[in-house]
Design a binder for this molecule. Structure first.
Ligand code: B12
Ligand code: SF4
Length: 460
């Protein structure tokens, strides 16, 4: 079959989902092309031309995001909310007019809202979860005219009724096709400072209250061997000319022996590329571990601290203490590694005092790459424990809001305080702030905060 994979994301990021899935489809014997909407100058013209030339039987649309908040210092609170759904709809409308190909949805932004997406786009089929095995299976069944409605993860509308089959995780990540980096021209990504990404494992054994990953990917780790990780990095170097890769999994250093063996493999094979990670967990970051990361070519680390208030770490169920945060910052400070840290403000229990505690800890260190702060916790799915709390406290009035951009902000943060918080944080050297808003129009200045100060002082 001829398959066109479209990455629908309009914010710069490595289109990992589309290229991992494309590699798998190609290995199964199908002809694949990739179109990345990120660089579209004339979306309709470009897409129509590719559809006319390639004549795909199936178009797979990879949805990474549903909404996001982008930095915009001219906007109230310094960020503007972007609803990304109309951008996917635009793509679907163009395909509809220009082709009779099957349209199949998938990707991390599809998982939580599969049915909502089908309704929103008026489509009938998508596949939730990891696509390496299920997408080729779908294509095989379609070719053989067999049942496509029993494929793990499929969500579909048939005879006007929605149905779904639970997804099944890929068990052997090593034996999957290499991601199809060769199908992309990496130059424009490099120009937008996107680093190619490698996923070294799936799964997370923790259960932070705001995060869906352990339920999405499972609590048990499914690890790629260091040799496979190396093969993926070599593949990237070969087809992108980038000598840098980003490990895009949760908690790169958990399990620690997995991270260590990847680092050791990079050292013993004399690889000359560099790696970074956006998620290092502040546990067991010792001098030895930092040395190992350094020697293996680490060029960038984000330490995912999220909070340095003891009570907030407990309430978010982060599973470490302020002492461990300090130990990690101390070890990284002694190393040559370029590192920064991320914080999340606004989870249940957050107050001006807990924020002050966190900032006070960070003030004791110099972080070469600064501090990235997110204010407000996105609510996506019941996979996040915080969603139940949001319903209980009246933040989430209607589940439909999960698909349009709901945000939780601790009632312990008064409106007047929140209004000044972004600027107060941005005044600190090296601090960047993303204020997540529930909608484009929402801001604290025109008084549309979900809870009033009176409700807050009443203890709600
Ligand atoms: C790594 C990551 C990042 C990194 C990206 C850097 C990098 N080096 O790639 C960073 C930290 C920068 C980042 C930023 C953001 N991220 Co992020 N990120 C992730 C993460 C952890 C992994 C994504 C990934 O690359 N996975 C590896 C690839 C191989 O897997 P995959 O994309 O899931 O693709 C598989 C399947 O989905 C499927 N598939 C994919 N496409 C298709 C298509 C079809 C047709 C089919 C059948 C199957 C299929 O097959 C693929 C192979 O198994 C996901 C969470 C997660 N665990 O999925 C969140 C996630 C994508 N991010 C999310 C968000 C919200 C953001 C931000 C908006 C956060 C913010 N700042 O507010 C930004 C936006 C960035 C941007 N420009 O796009 C959300 C999106 C949710 C939503 N509903 O919108 C996710 C899902 C996290 C979550 N909350 O669950 N992110
Ligand atoms: S925030 Fe990180 S450690 Fe916590 S559950 Fe999510 S992926 Fe796991």
């Amino acid at each position: 079959m001829q398959v066109l994979m479209i990455s629908s994301n309009t914010l710069p990021a490595c289109p990992s989902g589309a290229i991992y899935a494309a590699g798998a489809i190609r290995q199964a014997g199908h002809a694949v092309q990739i179109y990345d909407r990120l660089f579209a100058v004339d979306l309709a013209g470009e897409l129509k031309a590719q559809l006319a030339k390639f004549q795909p039987d199936v178009v797979g649309i990879s949805i990474r995001l549903v909404f996001s908040d982008e930095m915009d210092l001219g906007a109230p609170l310094g960020t503007h909310h972007t609803d990304l759904r109309p951008r996917v709809k635009e793509i679907v409308d163009i395909i509809r007019k220009a082709s009779s190909a099957w349209i199949v949805l998938g990707g991390p932004g599809f998982n939580y809202y599969a049915r909502d997406w089908l309704e929103y786009l008026n489509l009938d089929y998508g596949i939730r979860g990891e696509g390496e095995e299920t997408f080729p299976l779908f294509l095989q069944r379609l070719t053989d005219n067999k049942d496509i409605y029993s494929i793990p993860g499929c969500v579909y509308r048939k005879d006007g009724t929605f149905n779904s089959v639970p997804p099944e995780p890929v068990q052997d990540l090593d034996n999957q096709a290499l991601p199809a980096y060769d199908l992309l021209n990496w130059q424009p990504y490099a120009e937008r400072k996107v680093t190619p990404a490698v996923l070294t494992k799936r799964g997370c054994s923790f259960a932070c209250t705001y995060c869906p990953y352990s339920k999405l990917e499972g609590k048990r780790y499914r690890l790629k061997s260091p040799q496979r990780v190396l093969a993926e990095a070599d593949n990237i170097v070969r087809f992108t000319n980038s000598r840098r890769v980003m490990f895009c999994d949760n908690n790169f250093n958990v399990p620690r022996r997995h991270a260590e063996s990847i680092c050791r493999t990079f050292i013993t094979t004399g690889s000359d590329f560099q790696w970074g990670t956006g998620d290092l967990r502040p546990i067991d970051i010792t001098n030895d571990f930092c040395r190992l990361m350094e020697e293996s070519g680490c060029f960038y680390i984000n330490l995912s601290i999220e909070s340095a208030s003891e009570s907030m770490l407990r309430s978010m169920k982060r599973g470490y203490t302020v002492r461990q945060v300090r130990d990690s910052l101390e070890a990284l400070s002694r190393s040559q590694i370029s590192f920064g840290a991320s914080l999340m403000f606004g989870a249940p229990g957050e107050t001006p005092e807990t924020i002050a505690e966190t900032l006070c800890v960070l003030d004791d260190y110099r972080l070469p790459l600064g501090v990235w702060i997110t204010i407000g916790v996105y609510l996506w799915t019941d996979y996040q424990d915080i969603v139940a709390e949001a319903r209980r406290t009246g933040f989430l009035k209607d589940d439909k809001e999960l698909f349009t951009g709901a945000v939780y902000l601790s009632p312990g943060l008064p409106k007047s305080y929140l209004r000044d918080l972004p600027e107060m944080l941005r005044a600190r050297s090296g601090y960047s702030v993303q204020f997540n808003k529930p909608s484009e129009k929402w801001d604290l200045i025109d008084g549309t905060h979900l809870l009033t100060d009176t409700a807050i002082s009443n203890g709600r």
